[in-house]
Design a protein around this ligand. Sequence first.
Ligand code: 9MR
Length: 388
Amino acid sequence: MKKIRIAMVGVLAAGALYTVGPSTATAAPTQVPLGAAQAQSKGNSAARTSGAPNTDLPLRLLAKQHGLGIGTAVDMAALAADTAYRERAAQEFSAVTAENVMKWSELEPTRGQYNWGPADELVRFAQRNGQKVHGHTLLWHSQLPAWLTDGVADGSIDSAELREIVRNHITTVVKHFRGKVRAWDVVNEAFTDGDAPVLRDTIFRQHLGPDYIAQALRWAHAADPKAKLFLNDYAIDNINPKSTAYYELAKQLRRQRVPLHGQGFQGHLDLQYPLPIDAPQNLARFDKLGLETAFTEVDVRFFLPGDTYKEAGQVGSFNTLLSACLLTPRCVMFTVWGFTDKYSWVPGFFDGQGSATPLDENFQPKAAYRGLQQVLAVASDPNNRRGF
Ligand code: 9MR
């Protein structure tokens, strides 16, 4: 409760109305220059220098001065069952991404029968809470429905039919969410890892040919001309062969006037690997192409148990990516892949690792959360117009 009161004092002082309620009816916070809010709340313009800045505000409010969307992946089972999860998701974030329910296997488990329920529920939650929806994902080699992969494998779905199925899937899904989803990860994880990345040998690459990405982007654009269309991948936060493969592909697609609008950097970091310290330079080259950029799935894992070194490393890792985003004019969104350790995917996938999100299992802030608040509280550059 304390945090909520602090948030309201700061914002009401700036003349805006921000109700932090339960899961429903949370109005979007109005633009509040943080410095101004603090100055007014203290009743004089020297408040910034005479007192400690109040950085203990919800992330979405702190991000507002930058025009930056702050997002989280949402686990729909947790959203349905856990009030604290629901309240925190509404309070802290201005963007949501479906952790699973917009993936193909979830949307169309049986051929021709779409299960829109959970994804529509997420969209309604976002609308009630003044949040934008980041669509994830139209084409990915993982979490495909069995009827599709089996059919391709046994030859009952041939290349021509697969092409029609893919076109139909993209068209149906993007039209269903038209006007409700701000941006789509059109193709997820298209490149291989290592020193010489190539397009992954997926059923899409095999049967639609190497320009399946361009095709997918065109189909998505036709279905919702206003949606921003992204490619998205992991291990591309730094300048490296894989991020350069994306950069070259983006240049080529833009030259060919293919509707590509953004590059997503997942940002799944692990403390045992080097910090992606060149992220600002990496994002800058995509920015120069006229693309939006976004960190789409940030988390920072380490081997348990934690200690003060690891906590410090985690603060630095989150903040390296957030700073890179703030240094990049068209970096529109910074999204964490889960905001509480209670529901993080990490322990289930990486033996012995965890603690990868900004809040612990009891929704208590870790140093990483405080670090994000502090970086966001730094005054914005008035020349940066992100347009989220
Ligand atoms: O967090 C997601 C987890 O619940 C799923 O079981 C998993 C299935 O592959 O996908 C996870 O999300 C992934 C995302 O969709 C794409 N980038 C990597 C994410 C973590 O694996």
